[in-house]
Write a protein that binds this ligand. Structure first.
Ligand SMILES: [Fe+2]
Length: 475
């Protein structure tokens, strides 16, 4: 198989500003707003190759869409990690798979003082009309949505007394729901809500020992928050002991003894109303969740084990025969009272980046999910739409093209759940050029595309901020 995916793991240092793109086909006249996504830009620091996909320095991609035209800007986030990498060619803080440069003592000092990386490569979030680039760190980087310039930073942990907040959050009627994590002899995840520019308000806490589960995202229903406790996570004792020798988060990622569970919290009272045991799983992303009488339906991409994270080393992903972690799109039925959890397959993987018509259907009964699906190699090769009433699947693909996360943008006054378009930044691995795709969400057929002047590394998560939609959260 022709290796068209390796181009998705190569550095792009070129920053372009406000470039008009040619549009092939016709964008909907109503599509008016900014599509901003985040992801890797640079895979080395000086001569040092970074080891894991999540280590790469963050680069924002922005598309201003108006009256059928597209203007493109891309820019690295000016984090402290980026500044030290560029100015001194050094890894400032330990990244998930790459240890920090410096002496053993300095690494230990950083570990003991809770000094975290600030490279915000997971996604973007808008709080109180301000855009932030975010990752699993204490800070969000304030970003000008037009120029993508870094204009400041904000401590996202105020009010929750934690080391970091997760990169994924929910935004509902202007209120952010998030998870913060505090690491130590005890590790605590705090569910919080935040209104506008105020401090976060803790709602509930989950306390673990020094080997907590890794949690990347959570799901919400009308009344509940569903938090996954995977039987895998960083053994902080091992991490701390090995830090002077360069042990990383990835090296200390181990199976846990505690059983895998889903914790269900009442959003109004903070009370934990259920802790549902199930088979081992690893979950990055949820499509959606909703209540069905005494059952909570949870749709997500689930992996069988921790290779979901340890398998994403850049050396593996660049191989001609990568051993890609296989996540399936599945549905869990969690009983709130008695009974066993049930799990059904919705779409066989590898699939990732599940999305929905978020603004209207998050936390509600819904019918359509959209995902990036992989047929070969290390990157997705298709966009899939799953009709959950079947379930049946419709796919769109083009040889050599690797589509990123599909973002649903609803038409104004949509008549159906899928009345809108899907936006996705795709990489053509044959021509080494990236392209903004616009698919009709109902038929999953191409409406328009706008080729970029250059190649972008394959990205992670984005949001669309427009006149017809207040934006999508990233869960
Ligand atoms: Fe994510």
């Amino acid at each position: 198989m022709e290796n068209t995916w390796r181009a998705g793991f190569r550095t792009q240092c070129e920053e372009l500003h406000d470039v008009a793109l040619d549009v092939e086909g016709t964008l909907p006249g109503w599509l008016d707003g900014e599509f901003i996504s985040n992801g890797p830009g640079q895979f080395e620091v000086g001569e040092t190759p970074l080891k894991h996909w999540f280590d790469a320095l963050a680069m924002l991609r922005g598309f201003r869409i108006d009256d059928g035209s597209v203007r493109y800007t891309n820019r690295f986030v000016r984090s402290d990690d980026f500044r030290v990498a560029r100015e001194r060619q050094r890894v400032r803080r330990s990244l998930p798979g790459t240890p920090a440069d410096g002496s053993a003592f300095k690494r230990l000092y950083h570990a003991l003082s809770g000094a975290f990386q600030d490279n915000p490569s997971i996604g973007v979030i808008r709080l109180d009309d301000t855009l932030y680039a975010v990752t699993e760190s204490p800070v969000g980087f304030e970003t000008d949505p037009e120029t993508l310039e870094t204009t400041g930073q904000r401590d996202l942990t105020t009010g929750v007394n934690s080391d970091i907040t997760l990169g994924h959050a929910h935004v509902e009627d202007g209120v952010q729901w998030g998870l913060a994590a505090d690491f130590g002899n005890e590790c605590t995840y705090t569910l919080f809500r935040r209104t506008g520019d105020r401090d976060a308000t803790p709602i509930s806490r989950l306390v673990f020992d020094d080997h907590p589960p890794y949690i990347h995202a959570f799901a919400m229903t009308e009344h509940y928050a569903v938090i996954p406790e995977a039987p895998y996570g960083v053994d902080f004792r091992r991490l701390l002991l090995g830090t002077p020798r360069g042990t990383t988060f990835l090296d200390a990622f181990e199976p846990r003894e505690a059983p895998p569970r889903f914790h269900v919290f009442d959003r109004a009272t903070g009370e934990r109303v259920a802790a549902v045991r199930t088979e081992p799983f690893f979950i990055y992303h949820f499509a959606n969740a909703y209540e069905d009488d005494d059952t909570i339906i949870v749709d997500c991409v689930a992996y069988p084990d921790l290779e979901a994270i340890t398998g994403l080393t850049l050396s593996n992903l660049r191989r001609d025969d990568p051993n890609l972690p296989r996540g399936n799109f599945v549905r869990y039925r969690l009983p709130l009272r008695d009974g066993d959890v049930r799990r059904t397959l919705l779409l066989r993987g590898p699939v990732e980046f599940p999305t929905i018509h978020y603004g209207r259907y998050n936390a509600c009964r819904y019918r359509y999910a959209y995902l990036a699906a992989a047929d070969y190699g290390a990157l997705p090769t298709a966009i899939a739409k799953v009709d959950l009433d079947g379930p049946t699947t419709v796919r769109w693909s083009e040889p050599g093209l690797h589509p990123g996360e599909p973002i649903f943008v609803p038409a104004p006054l949509p008549t159906t759940e899928d009345d809108g378009v899907l936006l996705s930044v795709a990489l053509n691995g044959r021509t080494e050029q990236s392209v903004l795709l616009c698919l009709d969400a109902e038929t999953v057929t191409e409406r328009a595309r706008a080729p970029l002047p250059h190649r972008l590394p394959y990205g992670f998560h984005g949001q669309f901020y427009g006149a017809t939609d207040l934006g999508r959260s990233m869960a």
